[in-house]
Design a protein around this ligand. Structure first.
Ligand code: CTP
Length: 425
């Protein structure tokens, strides 16, 4: 599944791999970025070359792959590490090994990658990977912490799982799809020059996403077309901008890799979603209710048996109740200072959307409501793009059609502004 083709078209990305076995996955990242339209250059350290072929990197990036022996070339009028650092709009180091992390954080410039990193004045995405014991070593942790204080560095912490050394624990490199998503999110800011925005640092965002499932009987259920894409992308963009993010979600139709780095709680029914959100609400600075909650449920919670289809008309005629409004309840019980964003998936003409959106926001009491049409080609449920209106107190802002990643930035900017006016959170 492609992330956001528009955001990467023609953008210049320098992908570097250092010596960790995770380098075998770097060609997948290069291939994904190229397919999304980015211009990619590759660089391998001598250790990475032991693990992944420069020929693979050159073929997938459609350009020669640079190595240490290329650094001091008498046929070049300028040093290669300066040229590469100035060429790139964004650098991605994936994997970042303990050695390269150490060199970079200590300001050492031996080798092509180390010197390019010091020469680079553009943002650098750093996806670390190593054995769990190495990762937990205090010296490595100290280097990782000092790296995060450097301007322009966007850290992608390792995830937990089975490592190539057979250890089960932290140390896996972020999935190539997750890295590609982060690259696309950075380029979705729609500003002339790429910059690192950590404006959500120190804030906790609670997001709900996806549909809920309500049991009719032992086999059948009621749900809706929500894929969860908008909610997951909002959560990931907030994480990249420094937030701690919790995601309570129904069944999703997005790559599993897009959930990395989020504190996820999968649920099925609206009642389970409500319980999870209530349990987590008090710690959150802001809440984004992106989930498409089912509108009806059976008052008996769903039959334990499966009646034959001849009994269905009768089953649909009685025993149903409207779903309580989770968002309204969350607004009523929110802690002081918490800001809440709701979504409204609507159909119809713009003036209708605005009128019904305004009524909805008043009824639900949320600070912001993103009203988005779901009956227009290429936007809405499961699509890459969205548009609509952002409504708030004295606010009626047109959100033009753009990628959901760009919409996520837009909404986080608006929510962030409201949080600035909050005293106790
Ligand atoms: N929502 C909720 N609980 C519900 C229904 C909706 O919390 N039972 C939230 C959604 O997460 C979303 C917002 O309310 O943030 C608006 O959802 P929408 O489906 O547009 O609203 P409904 O209240 O269900 O209105 P409608 O009658 O148009 O279906």
């Amino acid at each position: 599944m492609r992330t956001d083709v528009g955001a990467l078209k023609g953008r210049r990305v320098l992908v570097a791999a250092s010596g960790s076995i995770a380098a075998v996955k770097t060609p997948l990242l290069v291939s994904g970025l190229v397919q999304a339209g980015a211009e990619v250059r590759c660089l391998l350290t001598p250790s990475a070359e032991q693990l992944v072929s420069p020929v693979a990197m050159a073929t997938l990036s459609r350009h020669r792959c640079y190595r240490d022996q290329d650094q001091w070339d008498p046929s070049r009028s300028r040093p290669l590490h300066i040229e590469l650092a100035e060429w790139a709009e964004l650098m991605v180091v994936a994997p970042l090994s303990a050695t390269t992390l150490g060199r970079w954080s200590q300001g050492l410039a031996d080798g092509l990658l180390a010197s390019t990193l010091l020469a680079c004045e553009r943002p650098v995405l750093a996806a670390v990977a190593m054995n769990t014991a190495m990762w937990r070593h205090p010296a490595v942790q100290a280097n990782w912490e000092s790296l995060q204080r450097l301007p322009g560095v966007i850290p992608l912490s390792p995830t937990a799982g089975l490592l190539a050394c057979d250890r089960l624990g932290d140390g896996r490199m972020a999935d190539p799809l997750q890295i590609e998503l982060a690259v696309a999110a950075l380029f979705s800011r729609q500003e002339a020059e790429l910059s690192v925005d950590r404006s959500w640092s120190g804030r906790r965002l609670l997001v709900s996403a996806g549909p809920t499932l309500e049991a009719i009987d032992a086999a059948r259920l009621i749900s809706n077309r929500s894929s969860g894409r908008m909610g997951v992308l909002l959560a990931q963009v907030a994480r990249l901008r420094g937030a701690d993010v919790e995601l309570v979600h129904g069944p999703l139709q997005v790559p599993q890799a897009w959930l990395e780095g989020l504190d996820c709680e999968p649920v099925e029914s609206a009642e389970q979603m409500q319980q999870a959100l209530h349990r987590r609400q008090d710690q959150a600075s802001a809440l984004a209710m992106v989930a498409a909650v089912a509108d009806l449920r059976r008052s008996d919670g769903g039959l334990p048996s499966k009646p034959p289809k001849s009994g269905l008309p009768q089953l649909f005629e009685q025993g149903w109740e409207p779903m309580p409004d989770l968002l309204r309840g969350l607004v009523d019980r929110r802690p002081a200072g918490q800001r809440i964003l709701g979504f409204a998936a609507l159909t119809g003409a713009d003036h209708d959307l605005l009128m019904r959106g305004g009524q909805k926001r008043a009824g639900k009491g949320c600070d912001l409501l993103m009203v988005n049409p779901i009956d227009r080609a290429g936007e809405g449920f499961g699509e890459n793009q969205a548009s609509g209106w952002l409504l708030g107190d004295g606010l009626q802002q047109r959100v033009p059609l753009k990628s959901k990643l760009a919409v996520a930035h837009h909404l986080l900017d608006a929510l962030g502004e409201l949080l600035k006016t909050t005293t106790s959170c």
